[in-house]
Design a protein around this ligand. Structure first.
Ligand code: KIV
Length: 294
């Protein structure tokens, strides 16, 4: 028997762009779906290189990259700029754009027009909207317009004031039943996937057997089909409010501050720039130049 062909160590193995049928298949096979947020070209390139399945241009960008105190103020135009940059840095993962607060609630028409912008102007594969209730009709309308929609239940930061703040949801039988009802309604409305955010792991596990679409959890335990984390939380870039479910895998902010501080110290001490950072000129040319300067 001949040996299998060896793949050279430096070969780039092209992954096929992730599609909805591929996500469904991953769910069916029980292969965890990995999703992360990204907000610009470099973070998209990181997500691509790390081999994640899905990328969300979350409205969390409002806080992580735009410096707003919550997700509420961010506009469609602001998120579109970020989503288009992410698109340019991404080839393989499935790209979802978050519809910001106030851009889809008023009517089905408003929701469809906003969703279309995310697809046409930023190149998103799908959009995400928050909540059950009126959002179910909006989701249905966008799906009917031909745009895949991801739902989002549990803690929905856009309406966190009405939920009593940034806190876990579904912690009473009645509130857990509401989360389940919203999830099932969004599934019935045609959402291709749904986010469960900040609900007890046992509540998520009890709802999962009723779900037929990929469920991506964030603070919902291990029973969901996949997990999503905010890029800046997982890499330790953002040091604002950190929810208990946000596991930190790196301390990039610390490293970035140390890097900029070292640069500042070297500029002040004269150690930078060194001879290896400067351009040279032919001595004759330099002499000629000095003559011209007089
Ligand atoms: O905006 C966001 O980042 C999100 C995720 C937390 C799911 O909605």
């Amino acid at each position: 028997m001949s040996a299998p062909p060896r793949i050279p160590e430096n070969a780039t193995i092209e992954r096929l762009p992730v599609t909805i049928p591929m996500l469904r298949e991953q769910r069916r096979l029980g292969e965890p779906i990995v999703m992360v947020t990204a907000y610009d070209y470099p973070s998209a390139q990181v997500a691509e290189a790390a081999g994640v399945d899905m990328v969300l241009v979350g409205d969390s960008a409002a806080m992580t990259v735009l410096g707003y105190p919550s997700t509420v103020p961010v506009s469609v135009d602001e998120l579109l700029v970020l989503a288009a940059a992410v698109r340019r840095g991404l080839h393989t993962p499935f790209l979802v754009g978050d519809l910001p607060f106030g851009s889809y609630e008023a009517s089905d028409e408003q929701a469809i027009l906003t969703a279309l912008r995310f697809v046409k102007e930023a190149g998103c594969d799908a959009v995400k909207l928050e909540g059950g209730g009126g959002s179910v009709d909006r989701a249905r309308a966008i799906v009917r317009a031909g745009i895949p929609v991801m739902g989002h239940v549990g803690l929905t930061p856009q309406t966190s004031t009405a939920l009593g703040g940034y806190r876990a949801q579904g912690r009473t039988a009645e509130r857990a039943a509401q989360v389940a009802q919203d999830a099932l309604a969004l599934q019935e409305a045609g959402c291709f996937s749904i986010v469960f955010e900040a609900i007890p792991a046992a509540v998520a596990a009890a709802i999962m057997p009723r779900m037929e679409i990929p469920v991506i959890g964030i603070g919902a335990g291990a029973s969901t089909d996949g997990q999503v984390l905010v890029f800046h939380d997982l890499l330790g870039i953002y040091d604002g409010l950190s929810p208990r479910f946000a596991k930190r895998y790196a301390d990039l902010k610390g490293q970035m501050v140390a890097g900029v501080r070292a640069y500042a110290d070297e500029v002040r001490s004269g150690a930078f720039p060194g001879s290896e950072h400067v351009y040279s000129i032919d001595p004759e040319e330099l002499a000629g130049f000095r003559e011209r300067l007089g």
